[in-house]
Design a protein around this ligand. Sequence first.
Ligand SMILES: [Zn+2]
Length: 164
Amino acid sequence: MPSLAPSTSPTLNSRPPSRGLHHALAEFRAEHGFGRAIAAPQLGIGLRLVAMNLGDGPRTLVDPEIVWHSDETFTLWDDCMCFPELLVRVRRWTSISVRHRDEHGRLHLRERLPAAESELLQHELDHLDGVLAVDRAEGPGAIVKRDDHDREQLAAMIDRREDQ
Ligand SMILES: [Zn+2]
């Protein structure tokens, strides 16, 4: 069950349960055919911890923080392991920079990420604050059942907008 409570930082002495997260991510992906990342609160773990795998191996983000974002935003049809049967139209920043630690406590700065990774991390960081994609549904008809829509068609509906 997803937790709606904001999560706390893992303390330096407690080893983050990242292995369990990566295992859950791999299992979900095998069953549902999607899933690039999972946040600890999705497994009922109240820690600021995200496990992701973009096809280049598992990566663990401890205490991730958005330290910069583009003015430009775009909308996309988002999905979530919390409601695998739904797609939700949300607006995200086109690019962000994220600072985080890894499971060994090393600091990483991932700067000006491409849109796909940017929107993914905004989704996962929302989980850490108890915010779900459905909370950010934008516009009428922004929540649809996955079965009724072809993901490829929806992807073509992504639009961009210059803010300010
Ligand atoms: Zn999610």
